[in-house]
Design a protein around this ligand. Structure first.
Ligand SMILES: Nc1nc2c(ncn2[C@@H]2O[C@H](COP(=O)(O)OP(=O)(O)OP(=O)(O)O)[C@@H](O)[C@H]2O)c(=O)[nH]1
Length: 323
């Protein structure tokens, strides 16, 4: 037997609409001007664990103390005053109602990410006297986007990091030296560049093997990190060569820094497996205010100074020759 559809009339259309609102897969809360709850649909019951009986006629902010009360009050008052809807996304505010996330495929999210719309509701006289808050569960989209962002951040971190030491890699170092040189040209605040190379490193490799050599490089990089301020930048320039950019540091201070680092490395026992190893380093320093026209000359002068430290017997610091 075929049932004809019920006739659409004022009475049962209201019932339908209420039923529809109750069972929509979005949260719907209706508030009056005093923030008293007038409607609390099934979505809100299921996710808050608070029944409609408890919420109806209750003051919203007394039941949900972790709501951003000042912000939401202002938002609702503006919606009523201007008779305009408002929208907030999870990017601006991850959630309005702090509900747990039960999504199996997005197990990483502990809370439900939400977008929310605030709609003005008019009475029979055409005056706005209620506001509907519609809550959309956007946990899947948000977690997908966040994991993409994390992956991109990790990728850009990896692209500037030396894998063996975790210091900056050569490409990143050079781009920082370049921008530091450009900053010097604008501000005339001098910075110094220290190049450092492990002495007789080939012998370490030849005697103990490449893996021990790698460990020595790692230990030296740790020493450099310990001595470097967070505002400075240390990186691995090549095999056993490092560069340290000392921001806002004149050559005198750079020399004190380099001398302390040289001495510390000379006195450090590098323990690898059962071996106690000692290495020394040679250093060269140049400062940015020597009339260079590009950063490569600055870099080259530090490298030349390092080369002279090697020539003079190693385990020493040499300043670039500016005469
Ligand atoms: N273990 C290891 N060795 C490296 C790495 N990169 C470069 N080397 C080695 O470092 C050594 C550098 O040797 P040289 O350039 O002759 O210099 P040196 O023996 O340190 O001598 P001086 O610099 O003149 O004091 C070479 O044997 C390279 O193979 C690395 O990542 N790991």
């Amino acid at each position: 037997m075929i049932h004809s559809l019920p006739t659409f009339n004022q009475d049962n259309s209201l019932e339908w609409q209420l039923n529809l609102i109750q069972h929509l897969d979005v949260g719907i809360v209706v508030l009056d001007k005093a923030f008293t709850v007038r409607l609390w649909n099934t979505f809100m019951v299921n996710h808050s664990g608070i029944s409609a009986e408890h919420m109806l006629n209750a003051h919203l902010f007394s039941k949900f103390t972790d709501l951003p009360e000042d912000w939401l009050r202002r938002k609702i008052q503006t919606v009523i005053m201007l008779d305009n809807s408002a929208f907030t996304t999870w990017e601006e505010r991850p959630w309005l109602f702090k509900f747990k996330s039960y999504r199996p495929i997005t197990g990483s999210a502990r809370h439900m990410y939400q977008n929310a719309t605030l709609l003005p509701l008019k009475n029979a006289q055409g005056e706005v006297d209620h506001v509907a808050i519609i809550i959309y569960d956007v946990t899947d989209a948000a977690t997908n986007r966040l994991s993409l962002l994390n992956a991109n951040q990790e990728l850009s971190r990896l692209s500037i990091t030396d894998q063996l030491t975790g210091l900056s890699n050569r490409g990143y170092l050079e781009s920082c030296i370049k921008s530091e040189f450009e900053r010097f040209c604008r501000t005339q605040q001098k910075s110094s560049l220290v190049m450092l190379d492990i002495d007789y490193f080939k012998k370490v490799n030849d005697t103990h093997g490449h893996l021990v050599g790698d460990e020595v490089i790692r230990k030296i990089s740790k020493c450099i990190t310990m001595f470097t301020r967070t505002t400075d930048l240390a990186g691995r320039y090549g095999g056993e060569e490092f560069a340290i950019l000392l921001i806002n540091t004149p050559i005198g201070n750079a020399k004190i820094f380099a001398e302390r680092l040289r001495e510390a490395i000379e006195n450090t026992v590098i323990q690898v497996d059962n071996l106690d190893l000692y290495v020394t380093v040679s250093l060269g320093i140049s400062v940015s205010d020597k009339g260079y026209t590009d950063y490569n000359q600055w870099l080259n002068d530090a490298d030349q100074a390092l080369y002279r430290s090697k020539e003079r017997g190693r385990n020493q610091v040499t300043l670039a020759d500016y005469d």
